[in-house]
Design a protein around this ligand. Structure first.
Ligand code: SF4
Length: 370
């Protein structure tokens, strides 16, 4: 990839790639990734593996250029002061250059295996430099107070995720056969245990009703009878009918077309559908549309509160910002993170928590019962 500027051309020297078989993905806190350097430049890496850490400069090629502002609240958080763009690490910059100091695990020919690279797969790499503590670290460097708060939250969220992955492994949500079934499941799971949702979906599947057209054609009373196992079946039948009607009117049942819509606009549209609240809309965005949106539910709030990370502002958006402002916008990681929090809440961080069995107990200030 060559980036053309006025009189300047930047040549990518390599690209970020997921580690085959690895748990983490590039962009996730602590994830191990590969930086694949152009083979013609492999000789330029000689001697680099004598350094434990390297500096990677990369081009954030997916950043929306329309997001550029001269002054920003760091991380978009209003509790942080409004400062000039260049006093932040916002990705929305005239030149979206990212920089990361990462641990170099190994070098194999033209491939560098690194830990801690905050860049997604496919990101062009534009330079590599060795990290030299004698020259690159400044012992008495001053930073504004908001930096300390940001790194405290950022590191803790990363640490929680790492521990949950280590403890429970990948969860591979959402259990559904295709995006429409996921949307149906997102409505049926409101105030219902998933095992009961599965029974309702099995009933619909057995009657070949898992399509918007089939649900539109089915009388509401008949639909209610089929989804009875998941509770609130009359209300949920109506919600499914509204959803199916909306899909027909909005995109002619073409979900690919629907999901191509910009995330914020699609969220607004979803929220306009009867029966779709924030949690349901975000579940659909994250698991069906595969948009990097963090889902907040009662389990997540409980865990975050007990971990002493309750946001200053109240409400769904504040909890969501806590994650989205402090983690890379990575759909798969958000999917896993949410699923892992649900698992933790169901198995350990219950209403009456089992803190002694919790993988977060030493970083959790909650006054655990006996
Ligand atoms: S230590 Fe206890 S309160 Fe804290 S997250 Fe774990 S189970 Fe919940």
């Amino acid at each position: 990839m060559v980036v053309e500027l006025a009189g300047v051309a930047l040549k990518a020297i390599g690209v970020v790639r997921s580690r085959p078989g690895g748990l983490g993905k590039p962009g996730q806190s602590g994830a191990v990734a590969e930086v694949v350097i152009d083979r013609s430049l492999a000789g330029a890496l000689d001697g680099l593996d004598d350094f434990s850490h390297i500096i990677v400069l990369y081009w954030m090629h997916q950043v929306d250029p329309d997001g550029l502002l001269l002054k920003v609240h760091p991380q978009g958080r209003r509790e942080y002061p409004l400062v000039g763009l260049f006093a932040t690490r916002s990705p929305y910059r005239p030149n979206p250059v990212g920089i990361a100091m990462v641990r170099l695990i190994e070098r194999s020919k033209n491939v560098l295996v690194v830990e801690g690279l905050d860049a997604i797969t496919g990101t062009p790499v534009i330079d590599i430099k060795p990290y030299i503590p004698q020259g690159d670290s400044v012992v008495d460097a001053a930073v504004p107070p908001w930096i300390g708060e940001y790194y405290r939250v950022n590191r803790k969220l990363g640490e929680i995720y790492r521990r949950l992955v280590d403890c429970y492994g990948p969860q591979h949500w959402w259990p559904a056969d295709g995006p429409f079934e996921m949307m149906v499941g997102a409505i049926l799971t409101q105030s219902a245990a998933w095992r009961n949702v599965e029974k309702a979906i099995a009933n619909l599947r057995a009657r070949r009703l898992l399509s918007p057209q089939a649900l539109r054609d089915l009388p509401a009373a008949e639909l209610a009878g089929l989804i009875r196992p998941c509770g609130y079946y009359n209300a949920k039948a109506l919600k499914l009918k509204y959803l199916a009607r909306w899909l027909g009117e909005t995109c002619g049942d073409d979900l690919e077309k629907l999901f191509a819509v910009d995330t914020a606009a699609l969220r607004r549209e979803l929220l306009s559908v009867h029966g779709v609240g924030e949690e349901t809309a975000d579940s659909i965005l994250l698991y069906a549309a595969k948009k990097p949106v963090f889902v907040i539910d009662a389990y997540t709030r409980r865990i975050i509160d007990r971990l002493g990370m309750t946001p200053r502002a109240e409400g769904y958006a504040a909890y969501q910002s806590l994650f989205m402002d402090n983690l890379p916008a990575d759909c798969e990681m958000f999917q896993e993170y949410h699923a892992l929090l649900v698992r933790l809440a169901k198995e350990v961080c219950r209403r009456r928590p089992l803190c002694r069995s919790c993988c977060l107990s030493d970083i959790c200030p909650f006054d655990c019962p006996g």
